[in-house]
Write a protein that binds this ligand. Structure first.
Ligand SMILES: NC(=O)c1ccc[n+]([C@@H]2O[C@H](COP(=O)([O-])OP(=O)(O)OC[C@H]3O[C@@H](n4cnc5c(N)ncnc54)[C@H](OP(=O)(O)O)[C@@H]3O)[C@@H](O)[C@H]2O)c1
Length: 313
């Protein structure tokens, strides 16, 4: 297999935003590995998506222990691609992983005890073929583990050098506030909050966005295309190769006639501006100064290339 050869000038194609009050810049568009990188995925297609991302200035790759299916396989896929294409560029990329969702059997394979988080990150580093990740996230709030235990573990992980920064995902505002305070007191300030934000789900506008901004925490939006709803994917039926056909996370019953009518109206507005619906939806999120990056998914190079054209240059 040929060695990957970096195409220049790559960074000129991307905009970078500062993540909160940190020193870290993230690409406005990042690539997520929740779907499309599991065991059944075509390794060459996955590699082409990652190389296209990197060639277009995407520096942030977003993973989690449980991405696949099966859980762990997306990290393994990334690890292989990293060896083939990106190892020589380690200092040019940001790799994030997470722990907190269901991962392995027994009482330590999910949630956010010190035991679970430390073991999970060690497993992730092996699958990713990395010595450290750039960002380690607590993937979801844990109602039973004391927040102090989870946060102190993030602090210790950063101090150990296995992660450079800590982040949280999906925490409700009150818990996020306590998390920010704990991490800041421990001199490992929370780098970033990761939450769902798109034209169909505006919940972070109520509190999370302003709270993060006030605390100097960046915000990255996941599922910015509402898993593909905010694209041309479902405007004329449900394609056989779409997420709606294959994933339990997006159901055919979600696509009501009312929703379809809204999507078609947005598509018309997008076309009037010379944009695809995906580009329109990504620009809509990136208009907010509190947002550092949108993490897109892609099942093909063409989709990623389309989404990248959302960037204002
Ligand atoms: N922190 C958390 O709890 C959490 C939760 C969810 C996601 N995330 C992160 O966010 C990332 C993105 O989430 P997501 O995959 O739901 O993102 P998304 O960008 O909203 O949806 C991606 C899907 O949309 C379709 N698509 C993408 N670009 C397209 C384009 N230009 N034209 C037409 N269709 C297009 C593809 O669907 P098809 O596959 O049908 O082609 C693709 O798989 C994840 O990979 C993960 O890293 C984090």
């Amino acid at each position: 297999m040929e060695n990957y050869c970096l195409s220049e000038p790559r960074y000129e194609a991307m905009n970078y935003r500062r993540c909160g009050r940190s020193g870290l810049l993230l690409s406005e568009i990042s690539l997520g590995f929740w779907h499309n990188f599991g065991e059944a995925a075509d390794p060459e297609r996955c590699r082409a998506i990652v190389e296209t991302a990197f060639d277009n200035g995407i520096t942030y790759f977003d993973l989690a222990n449980n991405y696949g299916p099966p859980a762990g396989s997306a990290e393994e896929m990334f690890g292989r691609i990293f060896d083939q294409s990106l190892r020589a560029h380690r200092d040019e990329i940001i790799v994030a992983t997470k722990a907190g969702h269901d991962m392995w059997p027994g009482p330590y394979g999910e949630w956010s005890s010190r035991k679970s988080l430390v073991a999970s990150l060690d497993q992730s580093l092996k699958r990713l073929r990395l010595d450290y990740v750039d960002i380690f996230y607590s993937h979801r709030p844990d109602p039973d583990t004391p927040l102090e235990e989870t946060m102190q573990t993030l602090v210790d992980i950063v101090r150990s050098g296995k992660a450079l920064y800590a982040g949280i995902s999906k925490y409700p505002p009150e818990m996020a506030s306590r998390a920010y305070a704990y991490l800041s007191d421990a001199h490992v300030p929370c780098l970033v909050y990761q939450g769902r934000y798109n034209m169909l789900d505006r919940e972070p506008e109520a509190e999370i966005l302003s709270q993060a901004a006030a605390k100097g925490v960046g915000f990255v939006a996941f599922s910015p295309l509402a898993q593909g709803l905010l694209t041309d994917r479902y405007l004329h039926g449900i394609p056989d190769d779409s997420r709606m056909r294959h994933s339990q996370f997006l159901r055919e019953s979600d696509l009501t006639p009312e929703l379809l009518a809204r999507l078609r109206a947005w598509d018309e507005e997008a076309r009037a501006e010379g944009l695809s619906l995906a580009q329109y939806a990504l620009r809509w999120i990136l208009r907010r100064p509190e947002v550092t990056s949108v993490i897109v998914g892609a099942s093909s190079v063409a989709q990623l290339q389309d989404s990248l054209k959302a960037l204002k240059r």
